[in-house]
Design a protein around this ligand. Structure first.
Ligand code: 13P
Ligand code: SF4
Length: 314
């Protein structure tokens, strides 16, 4: 049965012709009230391909900015404007632009976890679910700069064999998973399947049999008949994993010191009250300057095209 708060949200959605998009790292009650739940690429695609007037993005602000850049006429809301991301703060535009300018003939591939301004100086955007495809679309004679996530960058460098210069940003949550503790766990239970998000440190990724986006990890839990999974990503994803595999045991990969710091503090700022308030008051709204939208759209559009197997030039 729905609570009064949930019923209020459903009414407000109808009133404003609004759509709720939620990331897998949100709490279960948010995921359950959303129209669509998914990874970063899926949310950007759903934000673009619908007829809603208002989109509420239950995730972090860079995700909502991407929706606004791709659909500038829509009203884009976030439950909490403070929902940042350490990858955004680790790529300040002044330094990021200077890096790109120092390599004029290179192609700058930026992970979607960056600011709208960082997207304006990028040649193409990627997410963790399409990054290998994006790299493959870049001519072999082009030098590649990859930012801002160093772990995803190093993973891609190894996977694709392409030479890349990599920005040294990181996700403050995923770097907390601890390789030694993970090793201790799997030495006791060698049959457990370790799956990890590519934002984890290389030492952790070395123990994983599957490395991928949140949707890829979910797919693995769905299709792999194993009974126990050790999951090196944010625990919001367990909500959908448990629905798909109620028979499986799911444990989050260990951190160094039981620090309770492998939850994303930004994703977890959101809650149903804030979603109700945002839909009721139509704020906070995400604003991106028109000139930033125009430039950032080029790199995001290129990503969308490559994802649809369309050709792009650099
Ligand atoms: P996904 O695109 O894999 O959902 O990742 C988003 C993110 O922020 C991971 O920390
Ligand atoms: Fe950013 Fe990391 Fe949170 Fe993802 S989990 S939104 S990369 S801080």
């Amino acid at each position: 049965m729905k609570t009064d708060l949930e019923l209020e949200i459903i009414e407000l959605k109808k009133k404003h012709n609004a759509l709720i998009l939620a990331h897998y790292y949100e709490d279960g009650d948010i995921q359950d009230i959303a129209d669509h739940v998914g990874d970063s690429l899926f949310l950007a695609q759903k934000g673009q391909e619908n007829t809603a007037d208002v989109i509420l993005l239950a995730g972090v602000v860079f995700m909502a900015e991407s929706v606004k850049i791709l659909s500038p006429t829509k009203t884009v809301l976030v439950p909490d404007m403070n929902a940042g991301c350490s990858l955004v703060t680790s790529s300040p535009i002044k330094d990021y632009r200077a890096w790109k300018e120092a390599h004029p003939n290179s192609v700058l591939v930026s992970y979607i976890n960056c600011s709208a301004e960082a997207k304006t100086v990028s040649d193409i955007i990627c997410t963790s679910s399409n990054a290998e495809k994006i790299i493959a679309a870049i001519p072999k004679d082009k030098k590649i700069l990859f930012g801002p996530d160093k772990n995803l960058g190093n993973f891609l460098k190894k996977k694709t064999g392409r030479d890349m210069e990599i920005w040294q940003g990181y996700c403050e949550v995923h770097v907390k998973f601890h390789a030694e503790e993970l090793y201790k766990l799997i030495s006791k239970n060698p049959e457990d399947v370790v799956i990890a998000h590519p934002e984890c440190d290389e030492e952790v990724l070395n123990y994983a049999s599957v490395i991928g986006s949140t949707s890829r990890l979910l797919e693995e839990v769905k299709n792999n008949p194993a009974k126990k999974f050790i999951v090196a990503t944010e625990d919001g994803i367990f909500h959908q994993m448990r629905k798909l595999r109620p028979d499986a045991e799911l444990i989050q990969a260990p951190d160094q010191s039981a620090c309770n710091c492998t939850q994303c503090p930004y994703m977890k700022l959101n809650n149903l009250e804030k979603i109700r308030n945002a839909l009721r008051d139509l704020k906070p709204q995400v604003h991106v300057d028109t000139n930033v939208i125009e430039k950032a759209r080029v790199s995001l559009d290129r990503m969308m095209k490559v994802s649809r197997d369309e050709a792009v030039t650099f």
